[in-house]
Each structure stands twice: as structure tokens, then as C-alpha cells.
Design a protein around this ligand. Structure first.
Ligand code: B12
Ligand code: SF4
Length: 424
């Protein structure tokens, strides 16, 4: 991948020149990994500063990341303490190649340090310093919608998700699923509210509804102090009516739910999610009854997918009528069970892709990657078509507009035509 936007790398360079850091850290998931390499290479070509990589990709693929020369070291796993140790040692000009969680390549040798035990008491973590992000600085005084995370981990083992991979990496290193205390969570919101002006926030926990007692206590304490709305992720089967009522009272106005596929067998056998269609319908009905908006996450192009199973996903969405939908092409994340299965079955025909929304890297026996892309693009329209012609028409217009904007020739001729139509 090439950094196309020269402005972006110029910005990075001028920031480095003015800030004069002694160390640079990059964080990347698997989609961002190649971009991180490009950025590291550009930095290394101009500055003599050590660059480290951390985040999801170096955690699940350390053997690959450590071989990359543009990184001076890579980090495996959660690293609040280890990163602090690293920067302290760099500041003191001491050797840092024995620090937990870090891997280094020195000459032909790879130094693999141990993973430190997981931090169990999340209350010990300082609050994130959002002020370092330009976005928050600029938004200050205006309106922002911050994201909070109050727990780490997930007890489920969906085959396409990285959680079972993280669990394996951390096995024997302490309890994987951890929650900060409710008081600390509320304090974090309070602390942030002192600095920034916001009326709505997002809770990004993998599955916020997991611990019912925690959630009920949170809703109670939060609503006594704040009058702001929020949205969160919930898992079907891990949320009940009492919790949804408490959510509503506390200000939750949107729950986001992973539906993934409308075919029950694929959901269970391929994705590892033992959730019935009945449970899906019940949860969406319940949310409607309680007065909370809904959002469904869907994937197209999972192994075993056919035109018929896509139609089932469309039908199930048309039945539950979510207020918002997201559909993406399934991506086989490295080291996940489903990712491995795709490799074993020879389904992966493309390497890295830049677009993680509608591009598929798979060729399935019953669906080509271009068919998957087409189905992803038409999904929302196909759902609305079944019950709301106005929304379907709006979605079609959005698609046409997107197509024109992404086709330079059409975009060029569309503007004079548009002006002409407006005059008439
Ligand atoms: C919040 C979240 C989001 C938010 C991001 C909000 C934001 N502005 O950052 C939203 C909803 C937008 C999002 C979108 C997507 N996400 Co997401 N997301 C998460 C989630 C739930 C939590 C991530 C997080 O912030 N954790 C808290 C931080 C503190 O933890 P951390 O990132 O692991 O960082 C620790 C260590 O990794 C390390 N570390 C991290 N960086 C660095 C850097 C250095 C230098 C060092 C030393 C250490 C270090 O230290 C940190 C503290 O311990 C994870 C699930 C998870 N359990 O991780 C998925 C996850 C990261 N997302 C994932 C995916 C697939 C996506 C999407 C592609 C989904 C989609 N198709 O739309 C998009 C891609 C977005 C993009 N730009 O690339 C995958 C990534 C899989 C992979 N192999 O890359 C994950 C792992 C979930 C999964 N399915 O398995 N996501
Ligand atoms: S419930 Fe969600 S976060 Fe948990 S393993 Fe499944 S997909 Fe991942």
C-alpha cells in the first residue's frame, strides 16, 4: 500500500520536527498494518528515531511483524506497563531488549520476551488522554461523541473474531474478561465531561450487556448524575427485558447487535454463534417495545454462503426492521478459526485489501468476490425494498451518487448537467 496523500506524510514529518520525540509508537489492526509499515519507512528515511508497532496485528502475528525492518521492535498484547518501561529505558539510554511483551529483531536473531500477566484491576488504568488527538482539541467547545471502553475481553468464541485468539495468547496469564468498577466508569465520564462538551457517547465494549449486575448498577448511578444519551453493543442471548428497561431509563437510545447472517446453520456451524432466528426477532421486538433504536451488523461472503443464504439475511433484516444496518464483506482475519479454515480450503485468492467494507478476498464455490461486492452494495436497498419503498428509493439515490463521485468522468460531466437541471 502506498501513502497516496502526500499531505498526510508531510503533516507527520512537520509534527516530528516540531515535537522532537525520542520514540514513536504506531498502532495497527490487520487492515492498517501495511499502512503502518509505509509510515514507519517514511519516518525512518528522514529521522533517526526508534519506531515501535503495537495493536491487534502485531499481537496476533508477531512472527510476521518482527521481521519488518522499519520497526525497531513490536509489541504483543496489552502494554500499558511495558510501554512505560520502554520509554523510561529509552530516556535513560538503557538497554530495553528484555522488556515484557516486546519482540525485537537484532541481526539475525529474534528476541521474544514473555507476555506480562494481564492487568486484572482495570481501575488502576489512568483515563485515556484524549487531548493528544487533534480531533478532540478542535471539537472542544463544539460537539463531540466520545467513545468509552469499560471492560476488556469477551467470553464467547465466535470463529471470525479475534477474541479466541487473544484468549489463547493470554492463557495462563490471568482472567481474560475484566470490568472496571462502576464507580470508576462513571468517574471516567465525569472527568471527560469536565473537559469536553458532549451530549451523546458511545460505549465500545465488545458486549456491554454481559454482566447484568454491573450494567444495572451502572445505569442507576449514571442516570442519577447525567442526562446524556448513549449507545452500546449488546449480544443476543446476553441481554434481557429488565436490562433494556434500565438502559432506556438511563438514556440509552441505540443498541448495536451482531446478527451477521440470516441463516441459522451458518451462524451456528460456521460462525460459532448459537443464536436462533427466534432469539434475534425477540430481541429486536423487545427493543422496539422498550423504545430503544436498533442497529444490525451483517456480513456477506462467509464460507458456505450462497445467493439463498444472502436472501435469508436480507429477509431476517426486513423482518426485524432495524433503524440502522451495517453490512460488510466477510474478511478472514489472521489466526482466527474461520481465517484458518479459509486458508485450508483454498478460498483466499487476494492478499491485502485496503477497503474493509465491501471488498472480499474470497472466491467461494457458489459466489465470486465480485458477486459478494455487488451483494454488499445492494444489501440495504434489498432490505428496504421489502417494506419501505421511500427508504429504498433514498438508498438507490445514495448508491447512484456514490457511483458518480467515484467515477471521475461521470463526476466531471455530472456537475454541468446538475447546474443545467437546476436552471430549468
Ligand atoms: C473500539 C473498536 C472499534 C472502533 C474504533 C474506535 C476508534 N476510534 O479507535 C470502531 C467501531 C470504529 C471499529 C471499527 C472497526 N473495527 Co474494531 N474494534 C474495536 C474493539 C472493540 C476495541 C479496540 C480498543 O480500542 N481497545 C482498547 C485498547 C486500549 O486496546 P488495544 O487496541 O488492544 O491496545 C492495547 C494493545 O494492543 C497495545 N497497543 C496498542 N497499540 C499500541 C501501540 C504501541 C506502540 C504499543 C507499544 C502497544 C500498543 O496496548 C494497548 C493497551 O493495552 C476491538 C476488539 C478488541 N477486543 O480489541 C475491535 C477490533 C480491533 N476491530 C476489528 C475490526 C475488524 C474492525 C473493522 C474492520 C470492522 C468493520 N468491518 O467495519 C473496523 C475498522 C476500523 C479501521 N479504521 O480500521 C477487529 C480487528 C481484527 C484485526 N485482526 O485487525 C477487532 C480486534 C475485533 C474483532 N472482530 O476481532 N472498531
Ligand atoms: S460476541 Fe462479539 S466480541 Fe464476543 S467473540 Fe463474538 S463477535 Fe467477538
Amino acid at each position: 500500500m502506498e501513502i497516496e496523500d502526500k499531505k498526510e506524510i508531510d503533516q507527520i514529518n512537520s509534527f516530528i520536527q516540531s515535537y522532537q520525540p525520542q520514540v514513536i509508537g504506531l498502532s495497527a489492526n490487520s487492515h492498517q498494518y501495511f499502512y503502518a509499515i509505509e509510515i514507519a519507512k517514511k519516518i525512518k528515511s528522514q529521522f533517526d528515531i526508534p519506531v515501535f508497532l503495537g495493536g491487534v496485528h502485531s499481537t496476533i502475528r508477531p512472527e510476521e511483524a518482527v521481521e519488518e525492518d522499519s520497526f525497531d521492535g513490536i509489541c504483543v498484547g496489552e502494554a500499558e506497563d511495558s510501554l512505560l518501561e520502554l520509554v523510561n529505558r529509552i530516556e535513560q539510554k538503557k538497554d530495553y531488549t528484555d522488556i515484557n511483551n516486546f519482540w525485537f529483531k537484532r541481526k539475525d536473531q529474534v528476541i521474544k520476551n514473555n507476555i506480562a500477566p494481564l492487568l486484572i484491576d482495570l481501575d488502576q488504568l489512568p483515563f485515556p488522554d484524549y487531548s493528544i488527538f487533534k480531533y478532540f482539541k478542535e471539537a472542544d467547545g463544539g460537539e463531540i461523541s466520545p467513545r468509552f471502553i469499560f471492560s476488556r475481553g469477551c467470553p464467547f468464541n465466535c470463529t471470525y473474531c479475534c477474541n479466541h485468539v487473544f484468549k489463547k495468547i493470554y492463557s495462563g496469564q490471568g482472567q481474560y474478561l475484566r470490568f472496571m468498577s462502576v464507580d470508576r466508569a462513571v468517574e471516567q465520564i465525569r472527568d471527560f465531561k469536565k473537559e469536553y462538551n458532549f451530549k451523546h457517547f458511545k460505549i465500545d465494549d465488545d458486549t456491554f450487556s454481559l454482566n447484568k449486575d454491573w450494567v444495572l448498577e451502572f445505569c442507576d448511578k449514571y442516570s442519577k448524575e447525567f442526562d446524556m444519551s448513549f449507545e452500546c453493543n449488546v449480544r443476543i442471548g446476553a441481554v434481557d427485558e429488565e436490562t433494556l428497561i434500565a438502559f432506556k431509563k438511563a438514556g440509552c437510545n441505540l443498541i448495536k447487535v451482531g446478527l451477521e447472517t440470516g441463516n441459522q446453520d451458518l451462524r451456528k456451524e460456521v460462525l460459532g454463534r448459537s443464536i436462533s432466528d427466534q432469539e434475534v426477532v425477540e430481541l429486536f421486538n423487545l427493543a422496539k417495545k422498550v423504545g430503544i433504536k436498533t442497529f444490525s451488523f451483517n456480513m456477506i461472503g462467509i464460507p458456505g454462503e450462497t445467493k439463498e443464504t444472502i436472501q435469508e439475511t436480507i429477509n431476517l433484516n426486513a423482518k426485524i426492521k432495524p433503524d440502522f444496518m451495517q453490512v460488510t464483506a466477510f474478511y478472514p482475519y489472521p489466526e482466527t478459526l474461520l481465517g484458518q479454515m479459509c486458508i485450508e480450503q483454498g478460498l483466499i485468492t487476494k492478499g491485502h485489501i485496503d477497503c474493509y467494507m465491501d471488498e472480499s478476498v474470497l472466491e467461494l464455490p457458489d459466489l465470486s468476490s465480485s458477486q459478494i461486492k455487488k451483494e454488499v452494495r445492494n444489501f440495504t436497498y434489498n432490505v428496504y425494498k421489502q417494506y419501505d419503498r421511500k427508504k429504498a428509493a433514498k438508498e438507490k439515490m445514495r448508491q447512484i451518487k456514490g457511483f458518480i463521485i467515484s467515477t471521475p468522468f461521470l463526476y466531471k460531466i455530472s456537475r454541468p448537467i446538475y447546474r443545467l437541471i437546476k436552471k430549468i
